[in-house]
Each structure stands twice: as structure tokens, then as C-alpha cells.
Design a protein around this ligand. Structure first.
Ligand code: ZN
Length: 322
């Protein structure tokens, strides 16, 4: 459900870099965005801002749309930084859009979004928004529910050729995730399967064969072997191959450092370089790699941060491609 929140106490300190009549620059403390905001709209003097997130919590992604108001300043440029890091802005009609990831490992507290506008090289305005994170607890699977996988996936004593293969898979994966291309989108993200049944949530920590596992880097969906898997958004295939842990593994680059990835497939139906459309069949459900039964593991990375892919799929305000 989309909630338009009027209650929301968004934000900011606006410090005009070029004070008009008044020489007195008032520095207000940043206004807080509370955790109950899911859909935030804010009218500022120079621009309007829209922020949408399933929740403002760890492992979520925030969609941002910034629309400048002032028509006379055609040379006005905007810079957005999130947690001190510059964000890639993509023009869309009269707006700019961006995706802001919240790392699942982020400590509780406030996160800062800063928007700076410039005309040529002169700073015109600066706003800071503080977003208060909602507490998020990721599940830990109890010992008696732990997963038993083939020992070859948990032991450290592996033959050299296997270790070399694991290393080669890792290098190929890193190369795919380091790609940077133009944002490709066509409306909201879609589910990767026709029928959705989640068997393991994002960042759940499971123990494998009595050894503490790493948090779950995606979402698992139940499905029969051979069930079609669909691309969740338009993009380009940057990896499509067999990998040691991931099995038949596909990574789709959606641009702006946004990737979705699909693991343990039975069959891969695309190859590197293929342009895929949202909803296009790219493979089928299987149980290849480190897997205990047929399922789809769907993952998402935004700006080098692993996020819950369902937080992308939940977004409702992504525009159609232009
Ligand atoms: Zn999984």
C-alpha cells in the first residue's frame, strides 16, 4: 500500500549560498524524517523532492526524484550525496532520479542526504535531510533448523583445481559488478516468478553443518525445476555462467550501478551482452551450486551495497522509460 504521508516531518536546513536581501543566514537544524514515512513529498523553494521506500530500514533502497522548479536557471546543476558519497543522477523528463541504498550492516541512527545546487560553479542552495532508520532485526535460524549441505561447500580442504575455479568465479563476479552503464528502466520492478512463495528472507543468518554461515545475500523463492525465471527490470546481461556456489548464475546490469542476480538455475537462457526486457524469461529454476533443493535465489546490488531485492520490487513510482 502506498502511503502518502502528510505527517511527515521532513527535514532540513536550507542554507542559501547566495543570501538575497537578508545577510543573516539562519542555520536551522536538519529536520527529521521519521521511520513511519514511506512516501515523502517535499516542496522546496528551488525544487520538489519525492522519496519512496518500503521502509527506511537496513537493507532497503530509497527511490529519489528531484524536480527543479526554476526555469530561468537553465544552467543549474544538482549534486546529491548520500552518506557522504556522490549518487548517480539520471535525467528523466524534467526530473532527475536516483536510487539510495541502505546497507544491511548500517548501524542504527540517522542517515544524511545532501542536495547542492549550483549555477555554473556558484553554489545556489544546499539542503540536508536526516533520515532516521527504523530498527530492523534480521532473523537467525536456530541450530535445530540448520541447513545440511554437501560438505564440499563448507570444508576448507578442497583440491587446487576447485580452489582455482572458486577464485576464477569470484573474479568474474567482481568484474561483472564493477560495470557502470546508463540507467535502464521501464516502470516499476517486477517479480522474478509468476508465483511467489518466499522460503528464505534477506539477511537471515543460517548455520551450515554447524558452522556459522554468512547472512543470506538475497531472497529465496520456492519453485519446481524448470519454472521460468524473469528479469525483474530492463537491462544488459553482464554474467551468465556456471559458478561454484551460485550454480548457474546470471547477473543483469540495470545501469547506475544497479544489478539483479539469479542463482542456482537449472538452465540459463541468455548470454553476456544480451539486452533483456523486464518480464523476459532469462532462465529456469533449478538446484545447481550450493543448494539443497530447487529454488531461485534473487539478489540485488545498488551502488556496491547488497540490498533486499524485494525493497526494489516494492517501489511504486519508477517512471516508464523515456
Ligand atoms: Zn538464497
Amino acid at each position: 500500500m502506498i502511503r502518502f504521508l502528510s505527517l511527515l516531518i521532513l527535514i532540513l536546513s536550507f542554507v542559501p549560498a547566495v543570501p538575497a536581501e537578508s545577510r543573516e543566514v539562519k542555520k536551522k537544524p536538519p529536520t527529521k524524517v521519521t521511520s513511519s514515512n514511506y512516501f515523502v513529498k517535499k516542496e522546496e523553494k528551488n525544487f520538489s523532492l519525492l522519496m519512496e521506500a518500503r521502509r527506511f530500514g537496513r537493507g532497503e533502497v530509497i527511490f529519489l526524484r528531484l524536480t527543479p522548479k526554476d526555469k530561468k536557471w537553465i544552467n543549474e546543476s544538482y549534486k546529491v550525496s548520500w552518506l557522504g558519497k556522490d549518487v548517480i543522477l539520471t535525467k528523466w523528463e524534467k526530473s532527475m532520479v536516483a536510487f539510495l541504498p541502505i546497507s544491511p550492516d548500517t548501524p542504527a541512527g540517522a542517515m544524511t542526504l545532501e542536495i547542492v545546487s549550483k549555477i555554473f560553479f556558484v553554489k545556489r542552495g544546499q539542503k540536508q535531510y536526516q533520515i532516521i532508520l527504523e530498527p530492523t532485526k534480521f532473523q537467525v535460524i536456530k541450530k535445530n533448523q540448520q541447513i545440511k549441505v554437501d560438505e564440499k561447500f563448507v570444508t576448507k580442504e578442497l583440491p587446487k583445481e576447485t580452489l582455482d575455479f572458486i577464485q576464477e568465479c569470484k573474479t568474474a563476479k567482481e568484474a561483472a559488478f564493477s560495470k557502470q552503464s546508463r540507467l535502464q528502466f521501464n516502470g516499476n520492478f517486477k517479480n522474478p516468478l509468476e508465483k511467489i512463495f518466499i522460503t528464505s528472507k534477506f539477511y537471515v543468518r543460517r548455520d551450515y553443518n554447524n558452522k556459522q554461515g554468512r547472512p543470506h545475500g538475497g531472497v529465496d523463492f520456492r519453485g519446481k525445476t524448470g519454472t521460468p525465471v524473469y528479469a525483474i527490470q530492463d537491462g544488459v546481461v553482464v554474467l551468465a555462467r556456471k559458478a561454484y556456489y551460485e550454480g548457474n548464475f546470471t547477473i543483469v546490469d540495470h545501469g547506475n550501478k544497479i544489478f539483479s542476480f539469479y542463482m542456482h538455475q537449472d538452465e540459463i537462457k541468455v548470454k553476456v551482452g544480451d539486452v533483456v526486457k523486464q518480464g523476459q524469461e532469462i532462465g529456469t529454476i533449478g538446484s545447481t551450486g550450493m543448494s539443497t533443493g530447487p529454488h531461485l535465489h534473487l539478489g540485488a546490488k545498488v551502488n556496491d551495497v547488497l540490498v533486499d531485492p524485494l525493497s526494489l520490487i516494492a517501489l511504486q513510482s519508477i517512471p516508464e522509460s523515456n
